[in-house]
Write a protein that binds this ligand. Structure first.
Ligand SMILES: NC(=O)C1=CN([C@@H]2O[C@H](COP(=O)(O)OP(=O)(O)OC[C@H]3O[C@@H](n4cnc5c(N)ncnc54)[C@H](OP(=O)(O)O)[C@@H]3O)[C@@H](O)[C@H]2O)C=CC1
Ligand SMILES: CC(=O)C(=O)O
Ligand SMILES: [Mg+2]
Length: 762
């Protein structure tokens, strides 16, 4: 297990094996490069490459600013490291740092739509790094230095800033400093302190520690009230051991010599050092209402549980996403670069950093609107001790931070491009946000709170077994594996999984179940007039795991169920529907969630109705719109057909037209229209050809004319378009039962189990 240090059951976690599988699954690593222009014809080739490419080449040679128009430069950031300070893990080398750097690049893309590439340099020589990077200017709009240890990082950053005319930003220094400053501003406000009077101790005098101390001073903490500590204790005036010029600049006039001395009576402590560096005694000795930012990654200097065991008046933050108050540079670097790139900034200066810190602090104080609440673990946060900083999935970050950064850049003369209309810019920023980020987040977080029991009907299958373990390990709830104990243990052994003493996992063999009689009575009652004899029902229960597992859910022995790894959805659904009815007044349908190129669409009915009538299409639209809402989207429904609004004239659009009429009569509370073709539904320009259409924007709910066309369309999206497809989610049953596709892997199954536990279909 990865988090052995944490108290049992307190944190959602994952196994080392899961972390490795996550990284190796599919295409190894976390990134790929995708062309933005088609290269399908000879003409494309001659435009993209020789001879057509010569035209922009000559234009850029004449006017270098045109590189922003004709190349990727303006939206491209390099993440550069030598792996000498990888998180809090230390110097593990350039190659080992690659997963973190790929991660940073992915975060740039997901959160701020910035293209980024990680470059790991295999040297510890600052001059070699400077030389390797200084000539990369033409390729990038910015350089993000990452996990390069102090003091080399200071030399490298400063020299590159002098040599290059684009922002060179050491994330561990300034990203961390900006977020911690934002958290500090709010924590001081909540504890009613005056920034000029607070005593701040910074433990860790490396890249992050020194930059955080500097920014804290820049926003008002008095230099004489700041003490820096490192492995040798307090950095005091006159100390000679383990010193460098950057530490000397913060050396304090004090008789304190140890971290314990420094922390006595301190108001605020920043941990930017190493796991476990703060002892309980040190925390105990701090001033009333202490502010403790234990930011070492992946494990903090002290955990919030450890602090809570000693005192109840502290505001605690960590660098981790699984505690409240995540003070981590992920909240900053994507958005800070977004603002800097959008004004083609030459640098990221102190004013831009301070502006970012205030923008982040301000955001945490604002009321969280409905559409944002979904990003917050199912519960609406309120500014306070457990919410001093917005969460990384907060969709408002993309507009709040870049605007502040861009404005400060323009005001201080480092911008090479002026943004005239800030409101228009804000709207553009909002549109950049990748809806994929966070789409399942609220589902997982809400399930984590309810910790429900999911029965995995095909417990002997390896991928199902892995998924059940992952479901439990992630703190989502408990799992029941249906199957023969011996077989499940054999599968586990074969897969290298240790199943012994797994808390939260139960194995139930239908043949040995003590509940068989109850299930039998229930099922016989349901099936006796549908051609089933007692022995048929007995055989169903003992031999068909879907029937048995569905009885568990029907009779309250489990909260939800997943199945489908060994049977086609239609077959599994048929078995389940012998046990569980549709919800009163509801229609059972299949909804697939498709995520492709930053767009999220819900497609229905992908499972049940072969050729729906107008009435059925209207019901499908209502069910699917509700699913979209549960995911936090405002539904806009398109009734899809091969043509749009009566052209070409065909009876094939008849059912769709009727459905639109019925939805009108039912006065539904969402936008809908049709019949329309897929391009009209999904492409703004095509939709604009029909000014009378009632959709205010492109559709995000697509009601297909038939289940086979729905299934074909989603499979094609997945196979040809590289879309992520989740589902079909079964909607409308009286109990929460979800199906997984035949070829689903363990990650797909966990997603489906979480959706089942979230009651997505109820
Ligand atoms: N939450 C966040 O967003 C971020 C967190 N961090 C975390 O901050 C930590 C430091 O990273 P970074 O500054 O990049 O690394 P550096 O290698 O540049 O600096 C590490 C510093 O920590 C000090 N240190 C190590 N062990 C101890 C200890 N037991 N007591 C006191 N000081 C100690 C070192 O002291 P010495 O100088 O004597 O060697 C050094 O000053 C890491 O854990 C990292 O994960 C970093 C960036 C962002
Ligand atoms: C978050 C980060 O950048 C670090 O811990 O190094
Ligand atoms: Mg880092």
């Amino acid at each position: 297990m990865s988090d052995k240090s944490l108290p049992a059951g307190s944190r959602p976690t994952f196994t080392d094996q899961e972390a490795l599988q996550f990284h190796s699954h599919g295409r190894p690593g976390k990134l790929e490069i995708v062309p933005t222009k088609p290269m399908a014809t000879q003409r494309d080739l001659s435009l993209a490459y020789s001879p057509g490419v010569a035209v922009p080449v000559k234009a850029i040679a004449k006017d270098p600013a045109l590189a922003y128009e004709y190349t990727t430069r303006g939206n491209m950031v390099a993440v550069i490291t030598n792996g000498t300070a990888i998180l809090g893990l230390g110097d593990l080398g350039a190659l080992a740092s690659k997963p973190v750097m790929e991660g940073k690049s992915v975060l740039f893309k997901r959160f701020a739509d910035i293209d980024s590439i990680d470059l790991e340099l295999d040297t510890k020589d600052p001059d070699a790094i400077i030389n390797a990077v200084r000539y990369l200017g033409p390729s990038f709009g910015g350089i993000n230095l990452e996990d390069i240890k102090a003091p080399e990082c200071f030399i490298i950053e400063q020299r590159l800033q002098e040599l290059m005319d684009i922002p060179v930003f050491h994330d561990d220094q300034h990203g961390t400093a900006i977020i911690s400053a934002a958290g500090l501003i709010n924590a001081l406000y909540l504890t009613g302190r005056d920034i000029k009077k607070v005593k701040l101790v910074v433990n860790g005098a490396g890249a992050a520690g020194i930059a955080c101390a500097e920014l804290a001073k820049a926003i008002g903490v008095k230099p004489e009230n700041v003490q820096l500590c490192d492995t040798k204790g307090v950095v005091y005036k006159g100390r000679t051991e383990g010193m460098n010029q950057w530490k000397s600049a913060h050396a304090a006039e004090t008789t304190d010599r140890t971290l314990a001395d420094a922390m006595k009576g301190a108001d605020v402590v920043y941990g930017l050092s190493i796991k476990g560096a703060f002892s309980k005694d040190m925390i105990q000795s701090m001033a009333p209402n202490p502010i403790i930012f234990a930011m070492a990654n992946p494990d903090p200097e002290i955990t919030p549980e450890e602090v809570a065991a000693i005192r109840d008046d502290a505001i605690v933050a960590t660098g981790r996403s699984d505690y409240p108050n995540q003070v981590n540079n992920v909240i900053g670097f994507p958005y800070i670069f977004r603002g800097a790139l959008d004004v083609r900034a030459k640098a990221i200066n102190m004013e831009m950093k301070v502006a970012a810190a205030h923008a982040i602090a301000q955001l945490a104080r604002e009321d969280v609107p409905d559409q944002v609440a979904a990003a917050y673990k199912g519960a609406r946060p309120r500014f306070g001790r457990e919410y001093i900083i917005p969460a990384p999935f907060d969709p408002r970050l993309i507009s709040a931070i870049p605007c502040a950064v861009a404005k400060a850049a323009m005001e201080t003369g480092v911008a090479r491009h002026n943004i005239e209309d800030m409101d228009a810019y804000k709207a553009q920023l909002h549109a950049r946000r990748d809806p994929v980020s966070g789409v399942l987040n609220n589902v997982f977080e809400s399930v984590r709170k309810s910790r429900r029991k999911v029965v995995f009907a095909e417990g002997e299958e390896e991928q199902v077994l892995r998924a059940a373990i992952s479901y439990v390990n992630q703190g989502l709830g408990s799992a029941i594996l249906v199957g023969r104990e011996r077989q499940i243990y054999e599968t586990a052994e074969f897969a290298g999984i240790d199943l012994k003493d797994r808390e939260g996992i139960e194995i139930i063999n239908s043949g040995l179940s003590t509940r068989m009689e109850v299930y039998f009575d229930y099922l016989y009652q349901r099936l006796q007039r549908k051609g089933f004899l007692k022995r048929d029902v007995m055989r169903l229960l003992s031999q068909d795991r879907n029937t048995f597992a569905a009885c568990m859910v029907a009779l309250g022995d489990a909260d939800a169920m997943v199945t489908g790894a060994t049977r086609k959805t239609s077959k599994a659904l048929e078995q389940v529907q012998r046990v569980v009815d549709a919800r009163a007044g509801r229609r059972v349908i299949g909804v697939s969630l498709c995520i492709s190129r930053g767009q999220v669409v819900f497609v229905a009915d992908t499972a049940v109705h072969e050729r729906p009538t107008g009435e059925e299409l209207a019901d499908i639209a209502i069910e699917t719109a509700e699913v979209a809402r549960r995911f936090g989207y405002t539904p806009r429904v398109a009734m899809l057909a091969s043509g749009s609004f009566g052209h070409p004239v065909s009876e094939l659009g008849e059912a769709q037209r009727e459905a639109v009429r019925i939805l009108g009569e039912r006065h539904v509370d969402f936008e809908f229209d049709g019949e329309m073709s897929a391009d009209v539904a999904l492409n703004r320009d095509a939709l604009a050809q029909y000014p009378f259409a009632r959709l205010t924007d492109t559709a995000n709910v697509l009601v297909m004319p038939a289940s086979h066309s729905a299934a074909i369309a989603t499979s094609m999206l997945q196979e040809l378009g590289g879309a992520m497809v989740l589902g079909p989610m079964i909607v409308g049953l009286d109990k929460s039962i979800q199906m997984i596709p035949l070829n689903a892997n363990d990650l797909d199954i966990v997603n489906m189990a979480a959706l089942a536990a979230f009651d997505i279909g109820l």
